[in-house]
Design a protein around this ligand. Structure first.
Ligand SMILES: [Zn+2]
Length: 337
């Protein structure tokens, strides 16, 4: 038995001197160190060794196994390192993750809103961001002294035509009504600008989506039905809504649409200012003066209009509670959507 142990030790030394790569290390392990390897085979035979020789043989076997294992570990370390640093590239470094880009959450929301309205028969209309006072205010029945015309609320551009950055997407309504004959059924998504202090709830630049439907016999009931249909698609069938009377110069009567606060479920919280409701849209029947201004006879035609703030809708869907986060372009925020 001792002879055999010595023979295997000699074999081990011979093999070790031949190892020159990681494959050699693995071969060595398979030959000597696995369960069916030659060292374990000797251990298995230990039970047949005469009792008085057992301690000595056992001790020698342990020495042999330790010798093989220690050398195996040394070679393994050596060749693994050399394999991993082939031509100076460290192959043990974790791979670089491929990031796939995605659309900005505001754009995602806008497209989803567009899709719902398109399925309801609306088409998309667009207009310029730089408008004149006529399209932005006059034609929309804003009186000359209306506070929205104030420099405090509107970015005017120094120009002889009194140009401004549009404060809402409603001037597109004027352009559409002047360019088309009823029936008109359009939505008008786009960017708008207000001279407002920037805080968690408002920005100087944001997005709206406005809708307009003009035809014979258009009623307020249709407006309600359309908006509730839309809002259920957007926020879920079980959402609850209410219409509240409101005022806009370009609609009469006017209303605002509220949804049950999804954070507190209507109990009242900081986000809904403890009312249990969140405003999501302004709407109303197109004012006869606006129709007249666009050459549409208000005795024959009627229409409704509505407008959503896209950022607000995005915040409701994503749970982002500070509007500024949408525009800081922090990848940690954006990559979540
Ligand atoms: Zn709430």
């Amino acid at each position: 038995m001792l002879d055999e142990i010595n023979k295997i030790k000699t074999e081990i030394e011979a093999r070790l001197s031949e190892i020159n790569n990681a494959d050699g290390v693995e071969k060595f392990r398979l030959e000597f160190l696995v369960k069916k390897g030659s060292i374990q085979t000797l251990f298995d035979r230990l039970k047949d060794v005469p009792k008085e020789e057992k301690p000595l043989i056992g001790k020698e076997l342990n020495i042999l196994r330790n010798f093989a294992e220690e050398n195996y570990n040394l070679f393994k370390e050596k060749f693994e390192q050399s394999r991993e640093t082939v031509s100076g590239i460290d192959l043990t470094l974790p791979g670089r993750k491929e990031f796939t880009g995605s659309l900005h959450p505001v754009i995602q929301t806008m497209r989803e809103m567009n899709d719902i309205f398109i399925k309801m028969g609306f088409s998309i209309a667009e207009g310029p961001d730089i408008e004149d006072e006529y399209h932005n205010f006059d034609a929309l029945n804003f009186p000359p002294d209306h506070p929205a015309r104030d420099m405090q609320d509107t970015f005017f551009i120094e120009s002889p035509q009194k140009l401004l950055l549009r404060t809402h997407t409603s001037p597109v309504q004027i352009r559409v009504m002047k360019g088309m004959k009823p029936p008109i059924r359009c939505i008008m998504p786009g960017r708008v600008y207000r001279n407002e202090a920037i805080n968690a709830r408002s920005l100087a630049e944001f997005h709206q989506i406005e809708g307009l439907y003009v035809d014979k016999h258009v009623t307020f009931a249709e407006l309600k039905g359309t908006l509730i249909q839309f809002a259920k698609k957007m926020y879920g069938e079980n959402s609850k809504f209410r219409f509240r009377p409101s005022f806009f110069p370009f609609t009469e009567p006017s209303a605002e649409l509220d949804i049950t606060c999804f954070l507190c479920g209507g109990e009242g919280c900081r986000v809904c200012k403890h009312s249990g409701w969140l405003e999501i849209a302004g709407c109303g029947m197109v004012h006869p003066n606006v129709l007249k201004e666009c050459g549409i006879d208000p005795e024959v035609y009627s229409g409704y209009a509505f407008g959503f703030g896209i950022e607000r809708v995005t915040m409701l869907r994503t749970g982002i509670d500070d509007i500024r986060l949408l525009y800081e372009n922090d990848v940690r925020v954006l990559e979540q959507f």
